[in-house]
Design a protein around this ligand. Structure first.
Ligand code: SF4
Length: 131
């Protein structure tokens, strides 16, 4: 199993058939997705805005406006990437317990019925297949 949005990069962890728990899901969404694509770029660019504002007499208006525009672009790009990932890949990905996965329960259940290893691991954690 591999992430459709991360094709070809090195995998650091072994495959586990059971679903990830709530804490792991929170870490995955908050730390990996939001930190990487939203918070870290905005923090860096926000510091740039702060630095230019603090030394406004040295830089002037144009660098400040460019830095604000860059910050806004980074935000829009980060959101756009997440939306594109969710719409283009996560809605047809078999990594059902990933925090971004949007596959319907009906499809998940149909998949699990054909995958005994994964179904047993999921049922062990309390997951119930629809009839
Ligand atoms: S659900 Fe999306 S982010 Fe998660 S593994 Fe699948 S493609 Fe990657």
């Amino acid at each position: 199993m591999k992430c459709l949005g991360n094709n070809g990069n090195y995998k650091f962890w072994k495959y586990h058939p059971e679903p990830i728990n709530g804490f792991e899901k929170f870490l995955m969404i908050f730390v990996i997705v939001l930190m990487t694509f939203i918070f870290i770029p905005l923090a860096g660019l926000g510091f740039g805005i702060y630095h230019i504002t603090a030394h406004y007499s040295m830089y002037g208006l144009i660098p400040l406006m460019l830095m604000i525009g860059l910050c806004f672009s980074a935000f829009v790009t980060g959101i756009g990437f997440i939306v594109a990932l969710k719409n283009g890949f996560c809605s047809r990905c078999v990594n059902f317990s990933c925090g971004l996965n949007t596959v319907t329960k009906e499809v998940v259940d149909a998949y699990l019925r054909k995958n005994d290893v994964m179904r047993k691991a999921w049922e062990k954690t309390g997951y119930v297949l629809d009839k």
